[in-house]
Design a protein around this ligand. Structure first.
Ligand SMILES: Nc1ncnc2c1ncn2[C@@H]1O[C@H](COP(=O)(O)OP(=O)(O)OP(=O)(O)O)[C@@H](O)[C@H]1O
Length: 325
C-alpha cells in the first residue's frame, strides 16, 4: 500500500480550528406518522460533542437512533429540532460548508452499477465541486485496493469490492470528518484489516473518524471515545478506558494446582468461585479492595498459587449493563 498524501482540506474552512469536530445540541427527530404507524421520536434531544481528531464510537442497540443521527449529519434526513455543527459550521447557516466537511461511508450500497470505480469517483468529485487539480482519484483507488479494478464495471465487482468503493467515494473531497456506518458488517477479514489500517492512517493524519458498529471488540480496540445511545437518548459518553473502568469490578484468577482445600476468609465484598478448570475466580469491586489484599489472604492461609492473572470486564459487559431494559 502506498503512502497516503496528506489529506489537505480543499473545502472552505472556519477561520480557526473548531474546538470540536461535531457538536450536537438538543437534536430531535420525529418521523411523521405513516398509514397505521404513529409518529416515531427517534432522537429525543441529543447533546453530543465529538472531539476533533478522535476515533469516536457511536454505539447502541437496534433501533436506538444511530442511523438517524448519522443521516442527519450527512444531510440525508432533516432534523425536527436542535442544532448541528460540523467542523464549526452550523448546518442551518452554512449547509454547504458543513456538508463539505464530512464524508460518509453508508451502510447501504449506493453506487451506479454502470460506472467504473474510477468514473464513480470522478462523478462524486464533480458533485462536491472538487477542482480537477485537487482530485486524488488514483491515490484513493490505491488506498482502498481497487487499482486493478479501476476500469471494471462496478456491477462486476464483488460485494467486498463494492464496499471498498463506498469508502473511496466518502474520501474524494478530503473530508475533515469520516463517518463509517457499520463498515465491517458481513465483510471478510482482508477487507476489515484494510479498513482499519486505512482508518488509523487517516486518523493519524488528522481526520476525525466516527464509527458505528455492532462488533463491540472492534469499538473497544479502535475507539478513543464512545457514546452509547438508547431509545433516542445519549446515555453515556466517555473515553473508552473510563467506560470500561465504569463496571468497577475485576476478577483475580488463581491456579492453585491440585489444592482443593477450604478458602480462607477474604476481604469484605470479595466473591469467590471455583471454575470447572480448577481455577479460583475472586471478584471484587475495584474501589473497595486491592488485589494485593486478596493475594495476602490466600498466601496467609497457605493456598498455593501456581499462576495468577486478572480479568477485566469488556465493552460487551458495559454495553449490556447500560442498555439493559
Ligand atoms: N423513515 C422512518 N420512518 C419512521 N420511523 C423510522 C424511520 N427510520 C427509522 N425509524 C425508526 O426510528 C427509530 C431509530 O431508527 P434508526 O434506524 O435510527 O436506529 P439504529 O440505531 O440505526 O438501528 P440499527 O442498529 O438497527 O441500524 C427506530 O424505531 C426506527 O424504526
Amino acid at each position: 500500500m502506498s503512502p497516503i498524501p496528506h489529506p489537505a482540506p480543499i473545502q472552505p474552512q472556519a477561520a480557526a480550528l473548531p474546538d470540536a469536530a461535531i457538536r450536537l445540541s438538543g437534536l430531535r427527530k420525529v418521523y411523521a406518522a405513516d398509514g397505521a404507524s404513529p409518529p416515531k421520536e427517534a432522537l429525543k434531544g441529543v447533546d453530543l460533542v465529538i472531539p476533533r481528531g478522535s476515533i469516536f464510537g457511536l454505539l447502541g442497540p437496534n433501533g436506538a437512533g444511530k442511523s438517524t443521527l448519522i443521516n442527519i449529519l450527512a444531510g440525508l434526513v432533516n432534523k425536527t429540532a436542535g442544532k448541528v455543527e460540523i467542523w464549526g459550521f452550523d448546518q442551518d447557516v452554512n449547509p454547504r460548508q458543513s456538508r463539505a466537511a464530512i464524508g460518509v461511508m453508508p451502510q447501504e450500497l449506493n453506487i451506479d452499477p454502470f460506472l467504473t470505480p474510477r468514473a464513480s469517483l470522478e462523478v462524486q468529485a464533480g458533485l462536491y465541486a472538487v477542482p480537477k487539480a485537487d482530485r486524488w482519484t488514483d491515490e484513493i483507488l490505491e488506498l482502498v485496493g481497487l487499482t486493478a479494478q479501476a476500469e471494471s464495471y462496478t456491477r462486476q465487482l464483488s460485494g467486498g469490492m463494492k464496499r471498498r468503493l463506498l469508502l473511496a467515494k466518502a474520501l474524494v473531497h478530503r473530508p475533515r470528518i469520516l463517518v463509517l456506518d457499520e463498515p465491517t458488517a458481513g465483510v471478510d477479514i482482508g477487507l476489515r484489516e484494510m479498513l482499519w489500517t486505512n482508518v488509523r492512517r487517516l486518523n493519524a493524519q488528522g481526520m476525525t473518524v466516527i464509527l458505528t458498529t455492532h462488533y463491540l471488540e472492534e469499538a473497544e480496540e479502535m475507539c478513543d471515545e464512545i457514546a452509547i445511545i438508547n431509545h433516542g437518548a445519549r446515555i453515556v459518553q466517555e473515553p473508552t478506558g473510563q467506560l470500561l473502568a465504569r463496571m468497577g469490578s475485576k476478577t483475580l484468577l488463581v491456579d492453585p494446582g491440585d489444592w482443593r482445600g477450604e478458602l480462607p476468609p477474604l476481604p469484605e465484598g470479595v466473591t469467590a468461585e471455583r471454575r470447572p478448570d480448577g481455577q479460583l475466580a475472586l471478584s471484587w469491586n475495584t474501589g473497595r479492595t486491592q488485589a494485593a489484599q486478596i493475594v495476602d489472604a490466600l498466601r496467609g492461609a497457605g493456598v498455593p498459587m501456581v499462576d495468577v492473572s486478572t480479568e477485566q470486564p469488556d465493552l460487551q459487559d458495559v454495553f449490556l449493563e447500560l442498555t439493559r431494559g
